[in-house]
Design a protein around this ligand. Structure first.
Ligand code: GLA
Length: 405
């Protein structure tokens, strides 16, 4: 019975290979929302900052608007102890991470932490290479809910394998953790990370400027428009539980109010995670109003989870459409120029067709009511062409709702 023996041997072998676990499903059915320390505070992180930020997230209305995660980025680390367990920096986190997680949880929020797949983090702190299962167990014991996992000092490693190892480690540790991949799009994570993490960075680091490239010598950071342009071709990879991450927000970090509003709208249209990067404790009313605009946030959090596509562009003005649940649409009329631009859209002459999702709108036969999501007012309907002046580095963001026939 050679055949039987061969079959038996193959089956035994297959059973002996440990089954790979899955990522924790359902933690980011819509793009995750929260705050992260890096853009504003860099390595100056402490338990006091995190506690005060959690307080401010509640007091400012951010929690009520849907923000949930308070994320500590690089440099929270102290050393590993004699048995290899990572310790927080004892001066900056004297009460320890478990106490901090308890504080954040008591506010109805969640705690995020940061590590790196390589030997060291980008800030030179201990990385997780070789300690993945131990670190995942440590984070679970502390009550961590979110892991941003970076890609510095990873020489000789292959990204897919390195991120898979941490996914497995988190899964085995047992506590549901949103896994946010941060390898800057270098290894095309959109091709392999759908089942590894809940989001992946698509670019290098953001820079608080609307239209700039900041050259640091060995690396560059990118303005808002530069990051938008790098999303080309990626929309088909995103969806519920696996998002293209355009990096943390720079709202309130030095751009003008109209640029901040445009920055937020672009991230929303692209269904990017919304992770604020400013000082929530001292933000201006204008910054808070942008970050907490619920009808704008609803475009990002729409249940279909479909990224916008660029319909057309003329004279530095771009027209982006995002299909929304219930047959609605969002339209962004983006002026990339620093000077005002006349813009217009002839509804009847421009049926909108999204080949990816199959959504379509024929404005000749179906009328839509228009709402300006930034001023909250009606902007008429699609019975006559749109004609507007868009200020420099600003935009019009409309919600199109089909009128019942
Ligand atoms: C990288 C990441 C940033 C931040 C820093 C921390 O540059 O892309 O978002 O986490 O490391 O050192």
């Amino acid at each position: 019975m050679p055949h039987f023996r061969t079959l038996y041997a193959i089956t035994t072998l297959l059973l002996a290979i440990p089954a790979m676990a899955q990522k924790f499903d359902g933690l980011a059915r819509t793009p995750q929302m929260g705050w992260n320390s890096w853009n504003k505070f860099g390595c100056n992180v402490s338990e006091q900052l995190i506690r005060e930020t959690a307080d401010a997230m509640v007091a400012s209305g951010m929690k009520d608007a849907g923000y949930q995660y308070v994320n500590i980025d690089d440099c929270w680390h102290g050393e590993r102890d004699a048995r290899g367990f990572i310790q927080p920096n004892p001066e900056h986190f004297p009460s320890g991470m478990k106490a901090l997680a308890d504080y954040v949880h008591a506010k109805g929020l969640k705690l995020g932490i940061y590590s790196d797949a390589g030997w060291k983090t980008c800030g030179g702190k201990p990385g997780s290479r070789g300690y993945e299962y131990q670190d995942a167990l440590t984070y679970a014991g502390w009550g961590v809910d979110y892991l941003k996992y970076d890609w510095c000092n990873a020489n000789g490693l292959k990204a897919e394998g390195a991120y898979l190892t941490m996914r497995e480690a988190l899964r085995k540790a047992g506590r549901p953790v949103l896994f946010s991949l941060c390898e800057w799009g270098d290894n095309k994570p959109w091709d392999w990370a759908k089942d590894v993490g809940h989001s992946w960075r698509t670019t290098g680091d953001i820079y608080p400027c609307f239209d700039c490239i900041e050259d640091h010598g060995t690396w560059k950071s990118w303005g808002v428009l530069q990051i938008l342009d790098k999303q080309e071709g990626l929309r088909r990879y995103a969806g519920p539980d696996h998002w293209n991450d355009m990096d943390m927000l720079e709202i309130g970090n030095g751009m003008s109010v109209n640029e901040d509003r445009a920055h937020f709208s672009i991230w929303v249209m692209m269904a990017s995670p919304l992770i604020a990067g400013n000082d929530l404790r001292s933000m201006s009313k204008a910054t808070a109003a942008i970050l907490t605009n619920k009808s704008v946030i609803a475009v990002d959090q729409d249940s279909l989870g479909i990224q916008a596509f660029r319909h057309s562009a003329r004279d530095d003005v771009e027209y982006w459409f995002k299909p929304l649940a219930g047959g609605a649409w969002a339209l962004m009329v983006l002026n990339r120029n620093a000077a005002p631009r006349e813009a217009g859209f002839d509804w009847k002459a421009n049926p909108v067709q999204d080949e990816l999702s199959g959504a379509s709108a024929t404005f000749g036969s179906q009328r839509y009511d228009l709402r300006d999501l930034w001023n909250g007012r009606s902007a008429g309907n699609t019975s006559k062409p749109l004609a507007v002046t868009v200020p420099g580095h600003d935009l019009l963001l409309l919600r199109l709702s089909p009128r019942k026939r």
